[in-house]
Design a protein around this ligand. Structure first.
Ligand code: SF4
Length: 212
């Protein structure tokens, strides 16, 4: 288990190397929530292409709640799972209106009660919409935390629990943002680019990729 100072150093290094925002860090909480639900098993570029079309057609939550699911499917038809996601868009809008006065709720329990919203999406909303410390663990965060040797876990749930204990609370907000960018550009799922890695010296991965 690494020391807190070493963990902090890695995250600070990655923050400097990857200062960009996440693709679905949109302006309004409802946009963060809905776009994050659309991003399940879908590339961010595709989400950013279809989401404006969806909201141009259904600008208000009440428009989405009142729409037929088949009409919501049309602007989403280019992305995977679009039928289920259309149902989720409608269901989320309806529940935000009926239970939360048309606002996105700020508690994890209430967020995960919305259709299509799992723990990772709820944590993204807490971080990116409300700056509430949370660690959204996706495949990038899970893989990198294990390679670094910070955790020895099999599931994203175990990884979240372990990382919440390990990482100082004031850094939780940054973990998903920097690890996702790092995982897409350097610590790739296959053949990580270890020879260019800014945190290679702190990494415990035994199979680092040599410089080609
Ligand atoms: S050294 Fe390689 S495996 Fe380790 S964090 Fe860097 S890119 Fe990932």
């Amino acid at each position: 288990m690494p020391k807190t100072a070493a963990v902090r150093k890695v995250i600070e290094t990655l923050k400097r190397e990857f200062p960009g925002k996440g693709a679905v860090e949109l302006d309004r909480p409802e946009d963060v929530l809905l776009a994050t639900v659309l991003s399940a098993r879908t590339r961010d570029e595709q989400v950013l292409k279809v989401y404006p079309k969806l909201r141009a057609k259904f600008p208000k939550l009440s428009d989405l709640a009142a729409a037929k699911a088949s009409d919501i499917e049309k602007p989403l038809s280019e992305i995977g799972l679009f039928r289920a996601k259309a149902r989720a868009m409608k269901g989320i809008a309806a529940l935000l209106l009926s239970r939360h006065g048309g606002k996105v709720t700020r508690t994890r329990e209430e967020l995960t009660a919305l259709p299509g919203v799992g723990r990772k999406t709820a944590n993204c909303v807490l971080c990116y919409a409300f700056q509430v410390p949370a660690i959204a663990v996706d495949t990038h965060v899970h893989r990198i935390a294990n390679r670094l040797g910070w955790v020895r876990t099999r599931t994203v749930e175990e990884t979240e629990t372990a990382l919440v204990r390990l990482i100082p609370a004031e850094l939780h907000l940054h973990v998903n943002r920097v690890f996702v960018q790092f995982g897409r550009k350097v610590c790739l799922p296959r053949r990580p680019r270890c020879w260019t890695c800014p945190v290679a010296r702190a990494c415990a991965f035994p199979d680092k990729t040599p410089k080609p």
